[in-house]
Ligand binder design. Structure first.
Ligand code: AMP
Length: 458
């Protein structure tokens, strides 16, 4: 059955015509189920993951509740990571672009306080942010939630995984009791149920099945009882499959460190991501992975959340996840957009029951595989290298300036330049490894926006 059109909803005409220009004609399944309830003002629990269209579902709810002339904070969207908060704010701005003068502000941890304080003084209608930082501003009296009409918890399961429970409770104690609360979560464990019971009013539950077609993912399971066996197996499989981009999932930070050290020692291009990194280190790691300077990312589930890369060639579960839903999320990052992906999972004899759970959850018989012989090939070598430039949006630096400096007379070719990522005071550009030195010289010696910037190869 095809989904209904947005025009069947009682949405403001300017929102409707904008949806049309965005090419959103039909609702996604989660939107079709959740939006009628949301627009009636009900509290809604939505179970759906990134890619389901959940942001537009709650975003249209937030925008429908908004009185633009009333320049007060009317909506608060809480997200587990800055990456997600940025994506959500962007989507809300896009959805609301036909309504004049909507102010959406992002407030996330790991970002400088000064600009956030300044922006808050100017006021906003919609706040999107991470719990710790939002609470900080609330405690210092910089945010007034007395006119809040809509509270959204996005990826609530992740927020709890990341230890934000206390911050959430404290934030909600600042919010008026009379409000609409929307909670989105990919999984629905008991902890989330408890939160929902505590903060929501007769919530309606809507659930959509994962839209990802797992038939494009080839899964392999290997029984390996010692850590050494797993290290060797990972090397074997990486050499066999030679993925350009892959993620290795571990359950703890300690294991992430171990795997990253081990792969590094064995000559692989690897970077690790865990919850303790400073924002700058995290940005750098994500940039190097996204622009293909580094081919393997080792991460915990929490750290990989918000990772804006889902067309991986392979996913490795160095350790099986705690529950089968998380397993499905992990492997869902490969095999996207019609391409084939592989997912290799290691388990011990004691974890047979977990394999059985996955088997049942995915309704897919699992046969453990035998490991191939260790190939004699060399590890995959990334074609790109990242150059960091000590200047960014604040210095009005744009990708075009960087491309111009790199390719100006005597420089490198345009097709030797890869992805660029712009941050407030830094920019990163990927270039072909074999022209990296030349590219660096061009950036250091040339001028951008009329001045020289420091640059270095990461
Ligand atoms: P999300 O699950 O919120 O991350 O959304 C996934 C993607 O789908 C985003 O890029 C949205 O812009 C897009 N999207 C959301 N709703 C629709 C729709 N009804 N029709 C087409 N695209 C949509």
């Amino acid at each position: 059955m095809s989904n209904p059109a947005f025009t069947t909803l009682s949405l403001h005409p300017s929102l409707l015509s904008n949806l049309d220009t965005l090419g959103y004609t039909k609702m996604t399944p989660i939107q079709a189920k959740a939006l009628p309830l949301i627009l009636e003002g009900k509290d809604v629990i939505g179970q759906g993951k990134t890619g389901s269209g959940k942001t537009a579902a709650f975003g249209l709810g937030v925008l429908s509740n908004l009185k633009v002339k009333r320049f007060r904070v009317q909506s608060l969207v809480l997200c587990p990571t800055r990456e997600l908060a940025d994506q959500v704010a962007k989507e809300i701005r896009t959805l609301g672009r036909a309504i004049h003068n909507i102010k959406v502000l992002t407030l996330c941890g790991g970002m400088p306080m000064g600009p956030q304080i300044g922006s808050l003084e100017h006021g906003a209608h919609i706040l999107v942010g991470t719990p710790g930082r939002i609470l900080d501003h609330l405690d210092r009296g910089r945010i007034d939630l007395s006119e809040l009409n809509t509270l959204v918890l996005d990826e609530a399961d992740r927020m709890l995984d990341m230890g934000f429970q206390d911050a959430l409770d404290a934030i909600i104690s600042h919010a008026p009791a009379q409000r609409q609360t929307l909670l989105f979560s990919a999984t629905y464990p008991t902890e989330i149920k408890k939160v929902a019971e505590a903060i929501m009013d007769k919530p309606e539950m809507v659930k959509v099945e994962s839209t990802h077609d797992h038939s494009s993912i080839k899964q392999y399971f290997y029984q390996l009882d010692s850590k050494e066996q797993r290290d060797d197996a990972l090397e074997t499989l990486l050499l066999q499959h030679q993925p350009e981009s892959s993620v290795v999932f571990c359950n703890t930070k300690k294991e992430v460190q171990h795997v990253a050290d081990e792969l590094h020692a064995r000559g692989f291009s690897v970077i690790d991501l865990h919850g303790d990194l400073e924002q700058r280190e995290r940005d750098q790691a994500l940039v190097q992975f996204a622009n293909k300077s580094v081919s393997i990312l080792v991460a915990t589930d929490v750290a990989a959340r918000g990772l804006d890369v889902d067309n991986l060639d392979a996913v490795f579960n160095f350790e099986l996840s705690r529950d089968p839903e998380i397993h499905v999320h992990r492997i869902g990052r490969t095999g996207r957009a019609g391409s084939k992906g592989i997912a290799c999972s290691f388990f011990s004899e004691k974890e047979m029951y977990k394999v059985a759970q996955i088997d049942e959850y995915m309704d897919m018989p699992i046969e453990p595989s035998a490991l191939p012989e260790m190939p004699t090939t060399a590890p995959y070598s990334s074609a790109m290298t990242t150059i960091q430039i000590d200047g960014g949006k604040k210095q009005k630096l744009r990708p075009g300036d960087i491309l111009g400096a790199l390719t100006s007379e005597g420089g490198i070719q345009g097709d030797q330049v890869g992805k660029m990522h712009m941050f407030p005071i830094r920019a990163y550009v990927a270039v072909n490894k074999n022209v990296a030195k030349k590219a660096l010289k061009k950036l250091q010696n040339g001028k951008m926006k009329g001045r020289q910037f420091r640059a270095r190869i990461l």
